[in-house]
Design a protein around this ligand. Sequence first.
Ligand SMILES: Cc1cc2nc3c(=O)[nH]c(=O)nc-3n(C[C@H](O)[C@H](O)[C@H](O)COP(=O)(O)OP(=O)(O)OC[C@H]3O[C@@H](n4cnc5c(N)ncnc54)[C@H](O)[C@@H]3O)c2cc1C
Length: 305
Amino acid sequence: MDALSRDFFLFLSKNRGLNFMAKRWGKSLATGNIIGGIDFESCIPHIEQLNKKGIQVTVDHLGEFVMDETVARERTQECIRTIQTIATNTIQTQVSVKLTSLGLDISQDLARENMQKILEVASKHQVLVTIDMENESRCEATLELFRELKEQYDLVGTVIQAYLYRSEEDLAQLDDLSPFIRLVKGAYKESAQVAHTEKADIRENFKQLIKRQLNSGHYTAVATHDDYMVDFTKEYVRSQGIPKDQFEFQMLYGMRTKTQQELKDEGYNVRIYMPYGDDWYGYFMRRLAEKPSNISFALKGLTKK
Ligand SMILES: Cc1cc2nc3c(=O)[nH]c(=O)nc-3n(C[C@H](O)[C@H](O)[C@H](O)COP(=O)(O)OP(=O)(O)OC[C@H]3O[C@@H](n4cnc5c(N)ncnc54)[C@H](O)[C@@H]3O)c2cc1C
């Protein structure tokens, strides 16, 4: 049943018609608990609140699979404006981006050019930008661009997904860059040809990736809501004497808020991924695929005035 509902929501996540209609409800959903707001300015009070509790943030302007060059350039400018706004406020936040929102599906050159513009401004203001990982068909291009960009700019990181068979090799290939890596299970529907599909196998690979990245001494973000993975990480760092400033836990905005605070109170670094914007549909469907009861977050948002 779980697998059925996961497939169903992942199928819906790609429906362009529903996405279009969802944008019209964006304002209502944005007042809810799963995104920071319809624009970056609306996120600022939420970021301040989290920062006050000692929790860090990474913000993501929602949107993906852009096929229009003008839109890709607008997304780039939005990201730059966000970084400039971060710099003029006292908030502690990084930025996350999806390369398909910056034109990766139009051309790799366009995505590179847009990322370079973003990273020029991010370097000036010392804001780290993490390139989210999208589906497997974009993985190679994403890692290629990440390598090129990381050779030019220090403050750029990316994501490795534990469900992909290729991930351990990818992590090994990136080692020379001393990369900042966010490790996740993986949110897209992938075939058994390229990805583990059993929960136990994904967890096992996740553990191997956590160990590898931490042992190599590089900064590691363990992004999960799964207590099993959180407990594994805690135990591993304790047994290996890995300092708490070499890694952080990351969770999505609105999910497991009590656990976020408990981790912070135990002295761990915690960062919250806060999406914003009206293009929330695909993001929200992937969250439903992970946990159908997440719908209650959205319903609260839709009924709140
Ligand atoms: C900060 C962050 C960034 C991410 N970036 C990317 C990315 O760039 N690319 C990508 O493909 N994916 C990304 N993901 C999504 C990720 O790949 C997973 O799809 C998602 O995190 C679900 O996996 P999980 O490890 O949280 O646990 P799951 O396998 O979804 O859940 C395991 C267990 O955790 C508990 N749990 C999960 N959710 C909740 C909840 N809301 N409330 C209470 N308990 C819960 C339940 O006990 C559940 O059985 C990101 C996730 C996070 C947290």
